[in-house]
Structure formats: structure tokens, C-alpha cells
Design a protein around this ligand. Structure first.
Ligand SMILES: CC(=O)N[C@@H](CCC[C@H](N)C(=O)O)C(=O)O
Length: 383
């Protein structure tokens, strides 16, 4: 079984090679190398053409009644790391700022335990490309990659949480994460000389009005007791200070805890865009893409068992959480296969997706131990 120092080393190696969605080639190579070092007696490792950077590992149970799935996402973000360490990202402008290096390492730790202690049930580990975008979980499911021996009856996954102390497990029944929809808004007007605005159609002004009006959707259209989010994280416009920009693109995300809420925000966004198009005599196109980012809804049965175990184990710090506006394409998998997503505390550190996100490595071993203990107990109570 991987020791704590080995887990930390693997995490640091992964941290140095953060790759974007569906391009996790070095990451896959490193994981395959680590998996090949484990006892192979009960393992079957699979890579597939349909999702080339994914890895599936099946652990054959001794007396199986079901197959338990465990998913760890692999991709990183286009964030320029601002930390100083001996294991800083070696890929310019890319960083594991969402903790997926932790997710993969904990999965390897659990897998290494099971490779030495054959479980009663079968397990399928899914190292998943493309969580931050491209919905790799949905791609895998829709391509039929969870079929036959590789079909889990239940699915588990974790996400690191900088607001919880390192090693603390957090979870709640029902909705854990919001559903999200990626939104692009393209403005088409007419460029021109900065000195002759009356001869151009300035899309920076139109987009600015649009953003301001769009902010009233959450404050005026969303029921405050239900909540919703509309954030634009990227705006692309212009080339130089003295040329009026005729084209602008906004890229953002819509979040809500229910599908109707996500649809309401998307619908109002289109109405605001139509109004801006009329008032600026411009073309404004809104594109929405939800993909697999459905709300993450924890199954009552698996989640009750998970919470009960974590709450009643004196060696584990557990906290009940509330639904968060983070998104996850694990929501798509949980809509097909019942299961539980939970938080692993890695704090204190700065927020997920920040360039100074520096999760506490003490959480690695604690995460592995908590989940392996849960599995042992889960197999006993389900005999
Ligand atoms: C845990 C986490 O941070 N997940 C991402 C998921 C991205 C969803 C999608 N690409 C979108 O932006 O809508 C998140 O940003 O919450």
C-alpha cells in the first residue's frame, strides 16, 4: 500500500504536469506507470480509443455482489501558478488549481490498498479526462464505456475543499453541487477609428451594457431563497486603444441547484441579449452548453451509509455540508448510476481556481484512510 511519503511524491509529480481537458497524455502515462507498480493479481487496466487519455482499472472482488465505482478527474486549468515550490507547474500558464492532482493521488492510494487487500465486491476506478470543460464523464458514459464488467452499480467521488481543515470529510444528502451551463455571448458591430465613433458601432459599449443588465437577472428574476449564479470570467475585445472594437466575445457560466433555475437564467439572458441587439443595432448571439454538468445529487441510500460511517468513526473528522455553487460533470454520472460525492478538506488555503491554491498535503493520507475504512465497513454492513 502506498505510504504517505509516496502519496506526496506522486501528487507533486502530477502537480508539475497540469494538462487541459482531453489532453492529459503525460498525466495518463504517469498514472499508468504508478498502477503498473501495484500487485496486478486482481487488476485489469484498460485504456480506450473513444476517450484516449482515460484509464479504467477493474479490481476483481473475492465474492462479488456488485461493482463499486470510484472516479477521479485528471485535467487542470489555464491558470498561471503564483506559488513558489520545488514542484511548481512545468507547463506555462497551466495549473492544478482545482486539486485534481489530489483527486488522482487519493484514488491511487485507495487502489493500491485494494490491490493488496482483495475486496469482496468488484471495483472500477475511472481516471476521467475533461472535468473542467468537455464533460469527460458524459463522453465516457455516452460512448458505452461503463458496460459489462466495467459497469458500476454505485459510484463515489471526492472533491477537495479549501474551506475545510485538511483531512476533514464533508458531505450532505441530496444536492451537493449546482448544475452549470457554459455561456458564450458574441457581439458583432462595426469597427472604426476612435476619433469617429459615430461612424462605427462600438461593441465594447454594447457588451458593457449587456453585462450590467445581465447582473439584474440574479438580483431581480431569481427567487432569493433558491439562489443562482451568472458569472463572466472572460471578455475578449479590441486590438489597440484607438480602434473601436466591432467584435466582442464574453465567456461565462450559469449555475443553479435545479434544472428549472438554470433554464430560467439562460432564458432571461437571451431576452437581455435580444434587447441589447435592438438598442445597439447589433448582432448578439447567445450560445448555451450544459453538456454533462447536471446538478450533483447524492443518492439517499449510499449517502446515508457514507455519512453514518464518517460521523460515527472517532478517527475521522466529519462535517455536514450545504449545497455549493461549484459544478461537476459527476452530476451526469450520478444521474445514471446512484452514488455519493463528498468533500475532502485541504485547508486552510486560497480558493479553488486561484493561482495561489496550495492544498495541505496532510489531507492525502487522511483521504485514503477515510475512504478505505468506509469501504471495509460498507462491505461488512452490506453482506
Ligand atoms: C469543482 C469545479 O470547480 N468545477 C468546475 C466545473 C466547470 C463547469 C463548466 N465548465 C462551467 O464552467 O460551467 C466549476 O467551475 O465549478
Amino acid at each position: 500500500m502506498l505510504k504517505e511519503a509516496e502519496l506526496i511524491l506522486i501528487r507533486r509529480k502530477l502537480h508539475q504536469i497540469p494538462e487541459l481537458a482531453l489532453a492529459e497524455y503525460q498525466t495518463q502515462k504517469l498514472l499508468l506507470a504508478e498502477i503498473s507498480k501495484l500487485p496486478q493479481d486482481y487488476l485489469e487496466v484498460r485504456t480506450v480509443q473513444e476517450l484516449p487519455t482515460a484509464i479504467f482499472v477493474r479490481v476483481r472482488g473475492s465474492n462479488p455482489e456488485k461493482t463499486i465505482g470510484y472516479r477521479a478527474d485528471m485535467d487542470a486549468l489555464p491558470v498561471d501558478e503564483q506559488l513558489r515550490s520545488s514542484f511548481i507547474s512545468q507547463i506555462d500558464g497551466q495549473m492544478h488549481a482545482c486539486g485534481h492532482d489530489f483527486h488522482m493521488t487519493v484514488a491511487l492510494g485507495v487502489l493500491s490498498h485494494l490491490s493488496e487487500h482483495q475486496p469482496r465486491n468488484n471495483f472500477v476506478f475511472f481516471f476521467q479526462p475533461g472535468e473542467e470543460s468537455q464533460n469527460g464523464g458524459k463522453l465516457a458514459y455516452d460512448a458505452g464505456l461503463f458496460s459489462g464488467d466495467f459497469r458500476p452499480d454505485e459510484f463515489f467521488a471526492l472533491h477537495v475543499n479549501p474551506a475545510l481543515p485538511a483531512g476533514t470529510i464533508g458531505c450532505n444528502a441530496g444536492t451537493l453541487f449546482a448544475g452549470t451551463t457554459e455561456v458564450n455571448v458574441d457581439f458583432h458591430g462595426t469597427s472604426g477609428h476612435a476619433a469617429f465613433p459615430h461612424q462605427a458601432n462600438d461593441m465594447i459599449v454594447a457588451a458593457s451594457q449587456f453585462i450590467t443588465q445581465a447582473q439584474t437577472i440574479v438580483s431581480r428574476n431569481v427567487n432569493p431563497t433558491e439562489g443562482g449564479v451568472l458569472s463572466f470570467g472572460k471578455m475578449t475585445a479590441g486590438t489597440i486603444r484607438n480602434v473601436i472594437a466591432g467584435e466582442v466575445r464574453l465567456e461565462g457560466t450559469i449555475r443553479g441547484f435545479t434544472q428549472p433555475m438554470i433554464e430560467l437564467i439562460g432564458h432571461r439572458l437571451k431576452e437581455v441579449a435580444a434587447g441589447i441587439a435592438v438598442s445597439f443595432n447589433a448582432e448578439v448571439n447567445v450560445t448555451l452548453n450544459q453538456g454533462g454538468y447536471l446538478p450533483v445529487v447524492n443518492d439517499p441510500h449510499t449517502t446515508a451509509a457514507f455519512i453514518s460511517f464518517m460521523q460515527n468513526n472517532s478517527t475521522i473528522q466529519f462535517t455536514q455540508t450545504k449545497a455549493a455553487m461549484t459544478g461537476e460533470d459527476f452530476g451526469y454520472l450520478l444521474a445514471q448510476i446512484p452514488g455519493t460525492m463528498f468533500w475532502l478538506g485541504v485547508g486552510p488555503t486560497s480558493s479553488l481556481h486561484s493561482a495561489t491554491f496550495n492544498p495541505n498535503e496532510a489531507a492525502l493520507q487522511k483521504g485514503v484512510t477515510a475512504f478505505t475504512k468506509f469501504i471495509e465497513n460498507y462491505e461488512e454492513i452490506n453482506q
